[in-house]
Design a protein around this ligand. Structure first.
Ligand code: CDP
Length: 228
């Protein structure tokens, strides 16, 4: 059967990765969380006190970073490794979320990540979520989905997720973080978040996970069989 590329872009906490994982499982495709790559780079910069306003330091730091995805056989989903260390969970912390958009706006950082992302898609049969996947990374993808939801719903979802891991987190800081990231992500010079013209919009404010999955799965099946 024909293998296609599916891109899922959208605002923070719109459930992109949940949908991407479900689709990848049902189609037996590779799932790549591009946001995890920017989060892992941010983790490296913070741990190593990299001054990211200095181009030379950024270049040197990037040359020391190796990012890989490996399948976790228990959860049956891919997890990110930074220089051999599984950082899938530590990169979800709010400390990383506070800096990631600033770092993801750096041209050299984007070039580094995008080159690897494009390589991962060479064989097609891939689902990647992020901000610029349908516009910059795979402009020729067969199916592009753009996800959105009311901001209060998104804040509530992300707060629940973070609160489970850290009960000290407040809803106000989660809200401020999402607003800040959405602003930086959509206003940066290089590859800003925007809806690709040929994308399908999925507003899941009032949709259950199951409903949104069914809708996306229908689009994917039609694209794979050439009927859309
Ligand atoms: O899960 P959530 O939607 O909150 O964010 P994420 O996908 O983990 O991405 C974290 C951050 O990485 C975003 O806020 C962007 O600043 C950046 N990012 C990006 O610039 N380009 C991408 N393709 C993916 C993420």
């Amino acid at each position: 059967m024909k293998k296609i590329i599916i891109t899922i872009d959208g605002w923070s906490s719109t459930g992109k990765s949940t949908l991407a994982k479900q689709l990848a499982k049902s189609l037996d495709y590779v799932y790549v969380d591009s946001g995890a790559m920017y989060r892992a780079i941010t983790l490296y910069f913070l741990r190593n006190h990299v001054d990211w306003t200095d181009q030379k330091e950024v270049k040197k730091a990037l040359s020391e970073i190796n990012i890989e995805f490996q399948n976790n056989t228990k959860t049956e989903t891919s997890e990110i490794y930074l220089n051999g260390e599984n950082v899938e969970y530590v990169i979800r912390d709010l400390v990383i979320a506070e800096k990631v958009s600033e770092i993801a706006a750096i041209k050299k950082v984007r070039e580094f990540a995008v080159a690897q992302q494009q390589k991962m898609g060479e064989q097609r049969g891939i689902i990647m979520d992020g901000r610029d996947i349908g516009t910059v990374v795979f402009p020729d993808a067969e199916l592009k989905i753009f996800m959105t939801a009311d901001s209060s719903v998104r804040v509530e979802r992300r707060f629940k997720e973070l609160f489970e891991k850290n009960p000290n987190v407040t809803i106000e800081e989660v809200k401020a973080n999402l607003e800040m990231r959405d602003y930086i992500d959509s206003h940066r010079e290089v590859s800003p978040l925007k809806k690709a013209k040929d994308s399908f919009v999925l507003d899941n404010t009032h949709l259950s996970e199951r409903e949104q999955f069914q809708r996306a799965q229908e689009w994917a099946q039609k694209k794979i069989s050439g009927g859309l």
